[in-house]
Design a protein around this ligand. Structure first.
Ligand SMILES: [Zn+2]
Length: 101
């Protein structure tokens, strides 16, 4: 993996996985204990990434997969099902991300 984070590619992958119009925002203003956050309704999902916590491709993919698991399940709870989906999507995003290199 390269150091450069390809945000456009991550957005496209997130859209494919969720079937929604996804935007990703980086912020230095989020609470220090929060790595990322998501808001979704209808055909949209907005994903916030805490830039003070999430700094490399690996961490971005993990944060993105965590939030997308909420979107795909339509649930903001941290259940076992969410954990499973999170792991599954982390692997899926990694593969797709590297595919396009
Ligand atoms: Zn969560």
């Amino acid at each position: 993996m390269q150091n450069k984070i390809k945000w456009g590619r991550l957005k496209r992958i997130a859209q494919k996985i969720s079937g929604k119009n996804v935007d990703i925002y980086g912020s230095t203003r989020m609470s220090p204990e929060i790595r990322s956050a998501v808001e979704f309704n209808g055909g949209r999902a907005d994903i916030g990434i805490n830039l003070k916590q999430v700094k490399n491709v690996q961490e971005v993919i993990e944060a993105l997969a965590h939030e997308l698991a909420h979107v795909v399940l339509g649930d903001s709870a941290h259940t076992e099902e969410h954990k499973k989906k999170w792991r599954e999507l982390t692997d899926k995003i990694k593969v797709k991300y590297e595919e396009e290199e």
